[in-house]
Design a protein around this ligand. Structure first.
Ligand SMILES: [Zn+2]
Length: 133
């Protein structure tokens, strides 16, 4: 990694997990609605556990105000009103976070909420759950 990564930030899409919100829908919203160049995240994990590649890791994301330059963003589909991660999503999340820790051993895994207390995202305590990865 050329970028200096301080945080690996876990997000939820804040969508109803019963209503599919696939990678391309999220990407389209970020481009057309938010007017960004690309999806804001580096990884997106759909309810079936599939890992979708968003921005290149060397390109700063658009997912956490004030910390985009020094972070990587990983988002799971769903998350509205609570932790709606499926078993498959949890498995993929652990795998991708382990991989990112191997690339950036100094980085801390946190939830969006830990960097912006006004947000409840990702609706579970990522910092505690992944502190030993
Ligand atoms: Zn978030």
């Amino acid at each position: 990694m050329k970028r200096k990564i301080k945080y690996i930030v876990v997000h939820c899409a804040d969508t109803d997990p019963r209503k599919p919100y696939p990678f391309e829908a999220c990407r389209k919203d970020h481009i057309e609605h938010n007017k960004w160049d690309d999806i804001g995240y580096h990884y997106y994990i759909t309810t079936d556990g599939t890992l979708h590649l968003g921005r290149d890791l060397e390109t700063p994301g658009a997912h956490v105000a004030g910390f985009n330059k020094c972070s990587i963003g990983v988002c799971y589909e769903g998350g509205k009103m609570g932790d709606t991660r499926t078993k498959a999503q949890k498995q993929t999340l652990v795998n991708v976070l382990r991989y990112l820790k191997s690339l950036c051993p100094e980085a801390e895994i946190v939830g969006h909420h830990d960097l912006n207390p006004n947000k409840s995202c990702p609706n579970f305590d990522a910092r505690t759950e992944y502190k030993n990865l």
